[in-house]
Design a protein. Structure first.
Length: 548
């Protein structure tokens, strides 16, 4: 009998690998492996977007005029120096040695500029790619970091992928990753610190849960201490529970926050809020242990170790970021203590000189109130009401490939409209989830917005810009990921049996949001990357009159 197509069999030799490879691959691709691998793959794609034509435009744009030259000076002299009038043309042409000998008064700490300068050292001063290399690298790494944080917080590889994808296609993040401003570095270190504190909470809670299981129901604090292999300090009541021991992730968070402060002083807000957040989590740990007065125990037993793990570490790291200024001569205010004697004479000269420098920089920041075309109010930041234009050029027929009457090339730091259009909804979801369900993840993300957005409401009369929101971008993405995770739901026997159509509809809605975000990225790509397009096409992408 002739065999039908459905009855044919492949030779055993060719089918054997197919039977053995799939189970082996499944054993390798565990949730833990995927939790790291999926964000890494998305970050690789996001990195391609950020490094593609990174050197365009090959001129200093927006505040690059300050930070790129300052970064180069740091690598050459250890401190920033003044420049003559109109130095950019010479610098862009590969001749930075028009720099003056006198130290320059700059109002931001040096770490971000050091990172920019190291990129210049790697690839050469006359290459605009080198000016932006560090920003593109840090932006790419942050796509990976936000995905890992989402995976750890939400316990879902899928939600980790969503967070990485949304950050990869956000316009503000893309623009900052392709421009040498300081805020992308500030964002990265604050994000890393938050991720480390989340990991500390997860690991500490698991340790407590294992001890509770080992000690048994209704175990006394002493029994719990024995199960955890830790004792309460002799000067602390045993009823407050055991010491939680050394917290390396919290120490590392202090280091990251010191780096954040070493980029911009606003990292100090994150240090304050995150410090309170970790103490609040310790209260939750004490409550889970069954401690009778968890707040008292957390404040008197955990607050001081939390402070010592983070604040002194951050302070030491911050001072270390000034090492170039400290160890060289000629920096602005560096010799102040030598010509101004006083009670501080017993101190090393750099200490009162650095303090004086900081006082002058603080006075500058507080008094900054000059009008600017693109200054904005923080109330509009959550919807990108007044984004900042970094670059705009026009071209006529035959210039830069223009084939119409007029073309435009723009770099506008405006977020992806899909992400930021849903951002206020995501924030409301966080508030509801925290108030109604006391979900620690919602509370943590609200705390990040307090740290990165809230402080600016105290400075509404100052000259501030929407591009400062780059620091809150990853946390806005995490908030939206949280909301989409609630919409996505979990497939269980109950949900599959009761409302399979409703579950499928919700998941289609999540897929639609992601698809629209990707499409919006493709649509706005020209105005994020300085690509020449017909002016009518540029105007088509200026959806709001306040964007122009």
């Amino acid at each position: 009998m002739t065999a039908t197509p459905t009855s044919r069999r492949r030779p055993a030799l060719s089918s054997a690998p197919a039977r053995s490879t799939a189970p082996a691959l499944r054993r390798f691709l565990t949730p833990t492996v995927l939790g790291w691998l999926v964000p890494a793959l998305i970050a690789a794609v996001g990195g391609m977007m950020r490094f593609f034509r990174l050197g365009h435009p090959n001129t200093l744009i927006f505040d690059e005029t300050y930070y790129v030259k300052e970064g180069w000076a740091l690598t050459q002299f250890g401190h920033e120096r003044e420049w003559p009038e109109e130095p950019n043309a010479s610098f862009e042409a590969g001749d930075p040695w028009v720099v003056l000998d006198s130290g320059d008064f700059v109002v931001h700490p040096p770490l971000g500029k050091w990172l920019i300068g190291w990129g210049i050292e790697l690839f050469g001063q006359d290459d605009s790619f080198s000016w932006r290399f560090a920003a593109a690298l840090i932006g790419t790494l942050s796509i990976f970091v936000v995905g890992v944080i989402a995976w750890r917080m939400f316990g879902s590889v899928w939600l980790g992928a969503i967070a990485s994808l949304l950050l990869a296609v956000d316009g503000e993040h893309l623009v900052h990753s392709r421009t040498s401003l300081l805020d992308i570095f500030l964002m990265f270190f604050v994000l890393v610190a938050f991720g480390l504190l989340v990991e500390d909470r997860i690991r500490t809670r698991r340790r407590i849960d294992r001890a509770l299981t080992a000690a048994g129901p209704g175990a006394s604090p002493n029994a719990l201490s024995r199960a955890m292999g830790a004792r309460a300090a002799w000067f602390m009541p045993s009823s407050w529970g055991p010491s939680l021991g050394m917290r390396p992730y919290r120490l590392a968070a202090g280091l990251a926050l010191g780096c954040a402060m070493g980029v911009k002083w606003s990292g100090l807000y994150a240090l304050a809020v995150f410090g309170l957040l970790t103490v609040a989590w310790d209260w939750g740990h004490r409550r889970r242990m069954g401690v009778r007065h968890p707040w008292r125990a957390a404040l008197l037993k955990d607050a001081f170790p939390a402070f010592m793990s983070m604040v002194p570490v951050a302070f030491v790291v911050y001072v270390a970021t000034w090492a170039g200024w400290i160890l060289t001569r000629g920096g602005y205010y560096r010799d102040w203590a030598e010509v101004n004697s006083g009670w501080w004479d017993f101190l090393p000269g750099w200490i009162p000189s650095l303090a004086t420098y900081h006082q002058a920089a603080y006075d500058f920041h507080v008094g900054l109130s000059s009008e600017h075309t693109y200054m904005s109010n923080p109330w509009g930041w959550i919807v990108q009401w007044r984004p900042t234009s970094f670059y705009y050029q026009s071209a006529g027929p035959g210039e830069h490939g223009c084939t119409v009457e007029q073309c435009s090339a723009a770099i506008t730091s405006v977020g992806n409209p899909v992400i930021w259009g849903l951002a206020p909804v995501a924030v409301l979801v966080l508030v509801f989830a925290w108030v109604m369900r006391r979900d620690w993840r919602a509370g943590a993300l609200l705390a990040t917005l307090v740290a990165t957005w809230g402080p600016w409401f105290m400075y509404q009369e100052r000259t501030i810009f929407t591009f400062y929101t780059i620091v809150m971008v990853p946390f806005t993405v995490l908030a939206l990921t949280y909301a989409l995770g609630l919409l996505w739901g979990r497939r269980t026997a109950a949900t599959a049996a009761e409302a399979p159509t409703a579950l499928r509809t919700r998941r289609l809605a999540v897929g639609l949001v992601l698809a629209l975000a990707v499409l919006a990225c493709a649509f706005f790509w020209p105005v994020w990357t300085g690509t020449y397009i017909p002016r009518e096409a540029w105007e088509l992408r200026m959806w709001n009159a306040t964007w122009v």
